[in-house]
Every structure is written in structure tokens, then in C-alpha cells.
Design a protein around this ligand. Structure first.
Ligand code: SF4
Length: 239
């Protein structure tokens, strides 16, 4: 039972077992908690159903969500073997529910779960509320060409708070410009050259591949760990 439990609830789209499909932890078994709602509207978003909150959206108390996570864990326990079981909080944008998450993350940490936060990196103040409980912060850098907002100031503050546990993902689409990609490299470099930096192509077309390798050369000249990684769950045809 979560102590100091209050009646606050959060909209949750789904809780399920799968394998991480993106970034430097691709391939690890995880329990995914997908919140509904997001503060952005990226033109490549592949979780559109979780963005909308409507009359069908289910709301969970912290206790109900905790029990659901434990239930998914028990049913898939064999997939973790001797590994520390990892819970990925994703969305939508999970940091919209940072206050709600505090007690839940505390108890999951007590139960020896590893906490993985997938975020658009735009809500630094919310991150401060739960960063102590996060083991990994998987942060996207969002480009103006994709979400119509210049978010580099927010990203810089966010990186400053999460620098010891963060890695970066940049999603490269047809509309990503060289100028904004260079700005992303600079934003990361200003915090630390050691932050791991993933370039994720939006598709496998010749045009995108060419762009991705050009961008890789720009990034690797400034940062110490740069990787090009596609979305593996699309290749594996899993969620
Ligand atoms: S931040 Fe993520 S969840 Fe939100 S609109 Fe962009 S891609 Fe979708």
C-alpha cells in the first residue's frame, strides 16, 4: 500500500510488457506505463491515441496503477530472470503528472524496480520533483520544424538537471534542418560532451539515410558518444 495515498488520479492509456525499441537501451525487457496527454504536438507522433483525453480515457489512482504494474510484472516475471525489472514511464508526456508520480516512484524504488523516464525534455521544473527516483532519463530534443516551437532554452535547463542520467534522442525527418540540428549539438555540448546522443531516422528512405549520416558527422565532431539507431520495435513489429 502506498503511504500518504491521496485520491489524485492520472489518465493512463495502457500498461503492458514489451521490449524497449528506442535509444541506447533498445532490446531490454520493460513494463511500459503510457500516460495520456502531451504538451506538444509533433508532426511525426506515433502515439496519437494517447495524446487525446476524452470520455473514454481511464483514470487511475496511484494505488490502482501500482497494483496494475505489479500484476503485469508477475505475469511476465520470467522475462526479467535475474535482471532488475525496469518500468518505463512514457506517453504522451509523463512529466505532466510529476506530482502524481512522486509516491508511486518511491514505492517502486523500494520494491527494487528501475525507473526509466521517456520525456520530451520540456518541463524542467516538473523533472526536479522526481529526478531523484529516475535511473534513466531518455530525453528527446524537439525541433521547431516538427512541433512549431523553439524549445532549446527548456531543453538546456532540463539537461542541466538530468545530466548524470540522461541520454538524448533526436528524430530526423524530411523537415529537420541542419541549422536546428547544429543547435541541438551545441545545447548538449554546453552541458557535457559525454552525454550519449542518438540520431533516430524517421524512416528508411534514401533521402533520410543520407541526411542521417551527414548529421552523424556533425555530431561526432563535437560529442563523445553518437549513435544512429532506428526504432527497433517497428522492425520487430511489437509495440
Ligand atoms: S512529445 Fe512525444 S508524445 Fe508528445 S506529441 Fe511529440 S512525439 Fe507525441
Amino acid at each position: 500500500m502506498i503511504q500518504h495515498l491521496n485520491n489524485c488520479t492520472a489518465p493512463v492509456d495502457e500498461v503492458f510488457f514489451s521490449y524497449q525499441g528506442e535509444g541506447i537501451f533498445a532490446g531490454i525487457a520493460q513494463i511500459f506505463v503510457r500516460f495520456s496527454g502531451c504538451n506538444l504536438k509533433c508532426n511525426y507522433c506515433d502515439t496519437l491515441t494517447s495524446l487525446k483525453i476524452n470520455s473514454n480515457t481511464k483514470y487511475y489512482t496511484q494505488q490502482a496503477l501500482y497494483e496494475l504494474i505489479l500484476d503485469v510484472y508477475r505475469k511476465n516475471k520470467n522475462n526479467f530472470y535475474s535482471q532488475i525489472p525496469s518500468v518505463s514511464f512514457t506517453g504522451g508526456e509523463p512529466l505532466l503528472y510529476a506530482d502524481y508520480l512522486i509516491d508511486l516512484l518511491k514505492i517502486l524504488k523500494k520494491d527494487k524496480f528501475s525507473i526509466y523516464l521517456e520525456t520530451n525534455g520540456t518541463l524542467p521544473e516538473e523533472l526536479t520533483k522526481i529526478s531523484t527516483y529516475c535511473d534513466v532519463v531518455a530525453m528527446d530534443i524537439k525541433f521547431k520544424s516538427a512541433c512549431k516551437k523553439d524549445l532549446f532554452a527548456q531543453h538546456k535547463n532540463f539537461l542541466n538537471i538530468s545530466r548524470h542520467k540522461v541520454f538524448i534522442k533526436t528524430i530526423i525527418t524530411k523537415s529537420t534542418t541542419k541549422q536546428e540540428f547544429i543547435k541541438a549539438i551545441k545545447t548538449v555540448c554546453d552541458i557535457s560532451k559525454n552525454i550519449k546522443f542518438v540520431i533516430q531516422p524517421s524512416d528508411n528512405t534514401e533521402y533520410i539515410n543520407k541526411k542521417v549520416f551527414e548529421f552523424y558527422n556533425l555530431a561526432v565532431s563535437k560529442l563523445k558518444d553518437v549513435r544512429i539507431l532506428p526504432q527497433m520495435h517497428k522492425i520487430w513489429k511489437i509495440r
